[in-house]
Ligand binder design. Structure first.
Ligand code: HEM
Length: 498
């Protein structure tokens, strides 16, 4: 083969002229590029043919083969500039446009009616659909991946555990975890790095309530694997031990190993009566039968506990950290929050904890968190797949086509949130236009942990703002998303007792 190739090239020189070395060295790249273009054009034509009305496919740019526009998307996601990623394309192609993310053509629909459409068409026209490499990390039995009856059953089990009636029973426990956390990691210090501490706190709450795991050493074992899982979740899926994605897979493996232990132990306890079926989420998942009277297999229990521990701590840790950053930068907001929290504290006897009624009074504090979630939503959106061929805004969407909704196409838009770059909790005194404020998603996929997140964040803030005066070490610290938004260096703050 090699010989044939060299003959082909040397045939030129048999005419007497010596070829420049750059001429021969250019032949191969040119041929490869041409082949590339031909394959790419063919693939694009195939896609167009698959759609029922060829001329009504949404316009857009698909970028490079396979990679598509993923690298630009990831870079802008990291820099918190997804507003521009979507904005530039909207300006160029119109409200409904195509891009290519994680190896698949993807259509972006505009808020509010695109969000409404995706949230209300679940199961009839669209299905939830994560990229396959994300599924490999979250697990194929995880609620976030399930559809239809399997999804309904798992959501039912979770909601029994996360509904407001159940949440009221957890307030004491969360207060206890918050008090211990502050005593261990905040009191007696003059400076702390906030984000790792918030991660520790939210993981403690999740471990304690979801799997009754209170032992600090056992909880600590989960911190590194979860950090690896989180960091690799939205990276390019290159599965090597030293890539972010490869490390995330190792993280998942380490978490599953720990969960194997808890499940075996809990099954024993349920059998000998030392644990109850409604003790926590782990017991509920192990003992609640589905419509056919079947119990979940162990892999399904593991995937769901992993997802709950992940979703239940990374998102809230990001929001708590950024809310503290905004409060340090906005003394007026801090004063209003402090006033509200001190009024609640004044009504308490010494050592008395918070209760559900107290949380309802924290209206301004919740607006601070809502505004933080508007400006830096931990979940940038979600993917769906067309279940059947359908039309949207005059465009044909073929069955199997991937669709994306995102917080970034509405949260930072002047027309929905005037002066969108300004931190202004008072904008939540009224309700935002429907389907424009979507940090927790919507429809049947609405985050079931929304009220839980609100409860634990308000409780921690009560203790923090009433006990400490905080100021940022670097007031200009940049926020990056990796994958959740967070100050680049974790937010160092100086603290002193109030
Ligand atoms: C600030 C905190 C949080 C934010 C911003 C958030 C955001 C979201 C979003 C946007 C979705 C929907 C994704 C989609 O439509 O594809 C979601 C789903 C989910 N979240 Fe949260 N979440 C938060 C906290 C929590 C907590 C504390 C838990 C657990 C206690 C939790 C558990 C879940 C679960 C299980 C789902 C999957 C629901 C389903 O597929 O039906 N989340 N979350």
């Amino acid at each position: 083969m090699l010989q044939n190739g060299s003959n082909g090239i040397t045939a030129h020189s048999s005419h007497g002229s010596h070829e420049h070395p750059w001429q021969s060295s250019l032949l191969l790249p040119v041929a490869v590029t041409l082949a590339f273009i031909v394959v790419w054009a063919t693939l694009r034509r195939c896609w167009a043919k698959r759609s029922p009305k060829r001329n009504r496919v949404p316009p857009g740019r698909l970028g490079f083969p396979i990679i598509g526009e993923t690298l630009e998307f990831l870079r802008m996601k990291r820099e918190n500039r997804l507003k521009d990623f979507y904005g530039v394309r909207e300006e160029r192609y119109g409200e409904v446009f195509r891009t290519s993310l994680y190896g698949e053509e993807t259509i972006s629909l505009p808020p509010p009616f695109g969000n409404k459409f995706l949230f209300t068409s679940e199961n009839s026209l669209v299905l939830n659909r994560w990229p396959s490499h994300t599924v490999a990390l979250l697990g194929k039995h995880s609620i976030s991946v399930l559809t239809g009856d399997d999804h309904k059953y798992t959501k039912g089990v979770l909601m029994a555990f996360l509904c407001p009636d159940a949440l009221q029973r957890y307030v004491d426990k969360v207060c206890e975890v918050a008090e211990k956390h502050i005593a261990n990691f905040w009191e007696g210090r003059s400076q702390v790095v906030v984000h790792p501490l918030m991660r520790r706190f939210t993981l403690s709450v999740a471990c304690s309530l979801f799997v009754s795991l209170d032992d600090k050493n056992e909880q600590t074992k989960l911190i590194v694997p979860f950090a690896a899982l989180s960091a690799g979740l939205f990276q390019l899926p290159i599965d090597l031990p030293w890539t972010m994605y490869g490390k995330a897979k190792l993280g998942r493996f380490a978490i599953h190993k720990e969960l194997d232990k808890y499940i075996a132990e809990r099954k024993k306890q349920l059998k000998d009566g030392t644990a109850s079926p409604d003790q926590d989420l782990l017991s509920s998942l192990l003992t609640t039968p589905d419509g056919n009277g079947n119990l979940l297999i162990d892999d399904a229990v593991k995937d769901n506990i992993l997802f709950l521990l992940f979703a239940g701590h990374e998102t809230t840790a990001s929001t708590l950290t950024l809310a503290l950053m905004f409060l340090s930068r906005n003394p007026d907001s801090l004063q209003q929050m402090l006033k509200e929290q001190l009024e609640i504290k004044r009504e308490k006897k010494d050592g008395e904890g918070l209760n559900w009624e107290d949380l309802k009074k924290m209206k301004y504090s919740w607006r601070v968190l809502q505004e933080t979630l508007r400006m830096y939503p931990p979940a940038q959106g979600g993917f769906r797949k067309a279940k059947v061929d359908f039309e949207f805004a005059g465009y044909s969407i073929p069955r199997g086509c991937k669709l994306v909704w995102t917080t970034w196409r509405s949260h930072k838009q002047e027309r929905f949130f005037p002066n969108p770059e300004k931190f202004d909790p008072s904008r939540f005194e009224g309700a935002p236009q429907p389907y424009t404020y979507v940090p927790f998603g919507g429809g049947p996929r609405l985050c079931p942990g929304m009220e839980f997140a609100k409860m634990e964040m308000l409780i921690l803030f009560h203790y923090l703002v009433t006990r400490f005066v905080c100021s940022m070490v670097d007031p200009l610290e940049k926020v990056i998303s990796d994958p959740m938004p967070c100050p680049e260096k974790g937010l160092s703050i100086d603290i002193c007792p109030r």
